[in-house]
Design a protein around this ligand. Structure first.
Ligand SMILES: Cc1ncc(COP(=O)(O)O)c(C=O)c1O
Length: 467
């Protein structure tokens, strides 16, 4: 065990890294016994491939954690970072810096041009700042009638801080940390059509899930609701693509009751779904947009909360008016991260990666649909390079596959050189294989992902035995 005085020597071999890690690191999300049994030590990446220190190559069909949109190995970003670091490594964003100003202008332009951008360092912080900006805004704009609640969906994920967890609707991720505060996050049914919470079928459902938003706002008292928070295509539940009318209807309901529409584009954004931002498929104009991941393809940590100018105006005033944003994040507007993000977004635009995501996403979906030859494939869905394959024991009853078998599919794929993900844990919620590859993935690579999944699902089925 390292002590504060010891300075551990840089280990050279893989085994030394594994030892050093196991003795010193507390990892997120993964069981430590699994890390001991099957350690991965990723040392380099290029394109859609990452390489372990033992030389094993993996086709990363998850783009890391749904984030390396432009792919690995763009060394020009290292040059951009080095140049900015030499010029100015850091200064707090109470002052201005050129890379952050340029990035804000670029992001503002991509989101319609009437916004201002508040920088933070992670997607969780971007959503959390969204809640706080909305609350401060309503304090300014409707004194005496303070709106503070956020309406969000069950099965959603919006981050890992206590407030974003409370906004999320994934019981299994929350229970170890509860209670999570008061009544300020209220949940509604998600547009998860394969397992409609109302037991209905589209279109005869008449969008009961959207109507649930209106009923909930009415039930809570519209004067208490600050925001309606949606991730246009819900990631964590296994890429749930809503009916086309869902988001416009929710946006109209939010507007009708004077609530701000807060859209979480942390995963959906920057080309993932085949447009620069997923809400652009549905023709809505959000008041608040949280962005992260693809903003910088995770080459450095930077994220942002983008607010429409109607909201921004509320924060403009003399020092004596106390209208300014009442929080600061040390790393917000970090010049090095902003410079790298700028170049990242330029690459996304130059290489038309959103369009490529739409085209190759359709190709991926066609490939995944062939997996329906296995009786355990209940649903195949997606938009852009963002897809889910939901596994069931029985198509008619939609009985869930045991989680260890779904994990077996992921493990089988990895042992065969392809990294895929799975939906958030627990009961049937963990039974969708998810794919979110770098937007530069090639068609032969997509074929390989589908072929490996085909084998993995066949193997899983043979292990399941008769139902
Ligand atoms: C939809 C969504 N919102 C927010 C977050 C939180 O982002 P971060 O992990 O950067 O805090 C995530 C993380 O995966 C996410 O999937």
């Amino acid at each position: 065990m390292a002590t504060p005085e010891s300075s551990a020597p840089a280990p050279s071999g893989r085994a030394a890294v594994v030892r050093q890690d196991l003795d010193n690191v507390l990892h997120p999300a993964v069981a430590h016994r699994q890390l001991e049994a099957e350690p991965m030590v990723i040392v380099e990446g290029h394109g859609s491939t990452v390489v372990d220190a033992d030389g094993t190559e993996y086709l990363d069909a998850m783009a890391g954690l749904w984030c390396v949109n432009i792919g690995y190995g763009r060394t020009e970003l290292a040059d951009v970072a080095a140049a900015q670091m030499r010029a100015l490594p850091y200064y707090p964003h109470t002052a201005m810096n050129a890379p952050a100003a340029a990035l804000a202008e670029r992001v503002n332009g991509l989101l319609g041009g009437d916004n201002h951008v508040y920088f933070v360092a992670s997607g969780s912080e971007a959503n959390e700042a969204g809640f706080k900006l909305a609350r401060q805004y309503t304090k300014h704009e409707s004194p005496g009638r303070y709106r503070y609640k956020t309406i969000s969906r069950y099965l959603g994920y919006h981050g890992t801080t206590l407030a974003t967890l409370a906004a999320g609707g994934m019981g299994d991720r929350k229970t170890k940390f509860e209670p999570l505060g008061g009544n300020d996050f209220v949940h509604v049914a998600p547009p998860y059509c394969y397992r409609c919470p109302f037991g209905l079928t589209y279109p005869s459902c008449e969008l009961a899930c959207a109507k649930n938003v209106e009923a909930t706002i009415q039930g809570e008292g519209p004067d208490t609701v600050a925001t309606v928070l949606v991730e246009p295509i819900m990631s964590a539940v296994g890429v749930a693509v809503p009916p086309d009318e869902y988001l416009p209807e929710v946006a109209a309901i939010a507007k009708k009751y004077g609530c701000l529409l807060h859209v979480d584009e942390v995963i959906n954004g920057f080309g993932r779904t085949g447009k620069m931002f997923a809400h652009q498929h549905y023709g809505v104009r959000p008041d608040i947009v949280a962005i992260a991941k693809g903003l910088v393809s995770a080459y450095l940590p930077i994220a942002a909360t983008v607010v429409r100018n109607d909201v921004f105006k509320s924060f403009v005033g003399e020092p004596s008016e106390n209208r300014q944003v009442f929080q600061i994040s040390t790393y917000g507007g970090h010049p090095v991260a902003a410079a790298v993000a700028n170049r990242n977004v330029e690459i996304l635009l130059e290489e038309r990666l959103a369009e490529r995501s739409a085209e190759n996403g359709a190709y991926l979906l066609d490939g995944l649909r062939t997996l329906a030859r296995h009786p355990w494939v209940g649903d195949v869905r997606g938009k852009g390079l963002f897809a889910g394959v939901e596994l069931v024991r029985d198509r008619a009853t939609k009985e869930a596959i045991p989680p260890e078998r779904v994990k077996g599919v992921v493990d089988f794929a990895r042992r065969n050189g392809v990294i895929v993900g799975r939906s958030g844990g627990g009961r049937h919620l963990g039974s969708t294989i998810v794919l979110s590859p770098p937007l530069i993935i090639t068609r032969p690579e997509i074929d390989r992902v589908v072929a490996v999944l085909d084998k993995a699902i066949a193997e899983m089925g043979s292990l399941l035995g008769p139902s």
